[in-house]
Design a binder for this molecule. Structure first.
Ligand SMILES: C[S@@+](CC[C@H](N)C(=O)[O-])C[C@H]1O[C@@H](n2cnc3c(N)ncnc32)[C@H](O)[C@@H]1O
Length: 207
């Protein structure tokens, strides 16, 4: 990941969403992107995105974060089901050869399975009550040893419950699905009540 004076940036064509450009790099704003918030608040997590990685991104919206991830990795399969943001996402994909926009329901992975290959990183930001089961349903695309980063919006699960309790319950469900939950990181002040769960899928030998 590229940092300029403590600010996360990426290298690619600018003008996707009016992002600032510093010394020729696109500023990846932690207030606009949960991925940037996670990387900025928890640099020690070593979230390195690299040019040989394949990413499945669920909840792509307008492609704001997708565009930055695509600046770093080999390919991003970007799933979004809402027609309006999908229009912007398609525009992002037109300008980046390594973004594959997929209009589909992330809760129905069988709809897009024929388009996908195994990925190194499964990234999810869908803000739905069924966030955890959506992530589990998509684990079929994650290679052994690959990472899941689940952006958990606790208020989408249950607005009346303690966010920490919601995150602990999500972690238990992911563990039961065979993942190792490496960390639960809170994204305030950038994104209050959002937690990032970083999980690892076991290697085939260990399974
Ligand atoms: C919080 S926004 C994502 C913001 C985006 N990740 C970013 O950082 O630029 C959540 C998005 O997930 C989409 N979404 C929610 N449920 C979905 C589902 N089941 N399948 C596909 N997309 C979904 C919504 O339409 C919305 O665009």
């Amino acid at each position: 990941m590229i940092w300029i004076d403590g600010t996360l940036v990426s290298e690619g064509e600018s003008g996707v969403y009016g992002e600032r450009v510093v010394q020729g790099y696109r500023v990846w704003d932690p207030y606009r992107s949960k991925f940037a918030a996670l990387a900025t608040r928890y640099r020690e997590r070593n979230l390195d995105l690299t040019g040989d990685q394949k990413v499945l991104y669920l909840g792509a919206a307008n492609g704001t974060t997708v565009s930055h991830v695509a600046d770093y990795v080999e390919v991003v399969y970007a799933v979004e089901f809402a027609p309006h943001p999908m229009q912007d996402l398609v525009m992002v994909a037109r300008r980046r050869k390594n973004v594959i926009p997929i209009m589909a329901d992330a809760g129905r992975p069988e709809q897009y399975a024929p388009l996908l290959e195994q990925v190194d990183l499964l990234y999810q930001d869908v803000a739905q009550p069924t966030q955890v089961s959506i992530a589990i349903a998509n684990l079929i695309f994650l290679r052994p040893g690959g990472r899941l980063i689940l952006m958990l919006k606790s208020r989408s699960v249950d607005v009346s419950r303690d966010p920490k309790e919601v995150a602990a319950e999500a972690a238990a469900a992911l563990t039961a699905a065979g993942l190792v939950v490496e960390s639960i990181d809170w994204l305030a002040p950038y994104h209050p009540d959002h937690a990032a769960l970083i999980c690892r899928k076991g290697t085939e030998e260990k399974d």
